[in-house]
Write a protein that binds this ligand. Structure first.
Ligand code: SAH
Length: 488
């Protein structure tokens, strides 16, 4: 068997061959004086094409381009001879008979034609572009779904900031210098890889980027790379709640050590070559020891791998990121933290619960009620938590739900204080139960035993539309009512 990878096995043939043309000084025939033709003229002029326009009437947009000197020559009528010496032709006149004549004349002269907005009459299409010149990203859907191409472009707009134009110019300017300083192809590749994954550099304007590249080049590279680790918050589950930085880190990673809480829909954003290692912990289950995770991060980073430690929610909220960061620094491995949306924020947004609310909740407390024994639960300072002007977000507390509620009531929090038990917040299988604290104490509120769940307690919970639905029953009965589970 050959070691070369075979041609990709695709059911569909590739409908267009993508290339980037150098049109500087080349003649491009443009037929039509309307708006569609003008927008092509603008693009062609930027690329330095020598535009020969065929038009009787000019739209204001086209007239402006003519005034600006963007058009080299104007003819009123099309004739086949105008195609002699042309590299490409665009037809935006919208005249079917003219199009036929143009296409026939172009075919016999081997000139490629684009009939604007008529894909099946085109020899080539113009892609949607993300312009960070000299960096240009072109997107094609084979002419069939321009709206999809636009949508993809908008997403790339976010992922590839405008500053990348300066980086691309700087990299081009330094290319020879880097080639002279680093003889090996692999060395150069590693050099550029390290630069382009450095967020600080990627935000620099051209001149500063050149300086940074030269400084990096001047640094001695004798010692092996020490590597670094990025501790990334993956949010509560919905991939749409990842930060742009988190998406970039995931996409750049060579190896990802992830929690059990991180769903497949987020891991799917990693490259195919990226190694995914589950180091998950789940309350009550046997899990990968922290020590193992720590050592693995260090050894992978020292091998020069780009390591991402991916955690549910925010890494600094019940995520042990503080311990991991301290260990990495002790070992001389660089650490970067990318924050994430914590579960309480995700749940609150989904349910419409303001975590602070003027005149109702002045503060938010994020606490855990995860205790190994009842005795440990007794050590919690319930008096300080039983504050009616605070919203409590209790993480990892499901197993001690009734104990928690009893203790809060015992410490003085009114028994009718609104609460919401939320499992799988922001995921497709989200479950929620609204109930007053007293119902939680009574043990009548239950939720699927394995899903990650949290409890929001406080008067602000009553602002949720879901709470309003249970309130009338509360007014009529002394007993806590049963609240149905909903899958919003
Ligand atoms: N670092 C995470 C918390 C990790 S501790 C964060 O900032 O969100 C794990 C606990 O987080 C779970 O036991 C549960 O209480 C809570 N949690 C995480 N994801 C959740 C989700 N999608 N819905 C509800 N609770 C969640």
């Amino acid at each position: 068997m050959s070691h070369l990878s075979p041609l990709p096995d695709r059911a569909e043939p590739m409908p267009y061959f993508p290339i980037f043309l150098d049109l500087r000084g080349r003649v491009v025939l443009l037929v039509g004086g309307g708006e569609a033709a003008a927008s092509k003229a603008r693009l062609l002029a930027r690329a330095g094409a020598d535009i020969l326009l065929v038009a009787e009437n000019l739209s204001p947009e086209m007239a402006e381009l003519v005034d600006q000197g963007a058009i080299s020559r104007i003819e009123r009528q099309f004739r086949p001879g105008l195609l002699d010496g042309a590299t490409l032709a665009f037809d935006g006149a919208g005249d079917a008979e003219l199009t036929d004549r143009l296409r026939a004349a172009a075919f016999s002269r081997n000139v490629l034609v684009n009939v604007i907005d008529v894909p099946d009459q085109c020899d080539f299409t113009v892609p949607a572009i993300l312009d960070r010149s000299p960096l240009i990203i072109a997107i094609s859907t084979g002419g069939g779904a321009p709206a999809l191409a636009r949508n993809i472009r908008q997403r790339l707009e976010l992922a590839i900031p405008a500053s990348y134009a300066g980086i691309a110019r700087a990299a081009a300017r330094c290319r020879q210098q880097v080639r002279a300083a680093l003889a090996g192809f692999r060395d150069r590749q590693r050099f550029w890889d390290a630069l382009f994954t450095d967020d600080q550099l990627m935000g620099l304007p051209e001149a500063a980027a050149i300086e940074a590249i030269e400084t990096a080049l001047a640094k001695p590279r004798k010692q092996p790379p020490t590597g670094s680790v990025t501790l990334v918050g993956a949010g509560p589950g919905d991939p749409g709640l990842l930060t742009v930085k988190a998406v970039q880190a995931i996409a750049a990673a060579d190896v990802i050590l992830h929690d059990a809480l991180v769903p497949d829909s987020i891991l799917a954003l990693a490259r195919r070559e990226t190694r995914l290692i589950s180091v998950g912990k789940r309350a009550g289950c046997r899990s990968v020891p922290q020590e193992f995770t720590n050592r693995l991060m260090v050894s992978e980073a020292r091998r020069g791998q780009r390591v991402v430690r991916l955690k549910g929610g925010d890494p600094f909220i019940f995520g042990r990121a503080g311990e991991e960061a301290a260990f990495l620094r002790e070992q001389g491995v660089g650490v970067e933290i990318v924050p994430g949306i914590t579960a309480a924020m995700g749940a609150a947004a989904q349910l419409g619960i303001p975590l602070t609310h003027r005149g109702v909740a002045r503060s938010l407390r994020i606490v855990t009620a995860h205790c190994r024994t009842e005795a440990e639960t007794d050590l919690i300072d319930w008096a300080s938590l039983a504050d009616p002007s605070t919203t409590l977000a209790l993480y990892m507390g499901r197993d001690r739900l009734s104990t928690i509620a009893e203790n809060l009531i015992g410490a003085g929090l009114p028994a009718q204080t609104p609460a919401a038990l939320v499992a799988n917040a922001t995921r497709p299988d989200m479950q929620v139960q609204f109930a007053p604290l007293t119902a939680l104490a009574g043990g009548s509120v239950l939720i699927d035993g394995t899903a990650p769940s949290l409890i929001l307690i406080g008067n602000a919970v009553a602002q949720a539309p879901g709470w309003a639905a249970v309130t009338p029953q509360l007014c009529r009965h002394d007993d806590p009512p049963l609240y149905g589970m909903s899958n919003t």
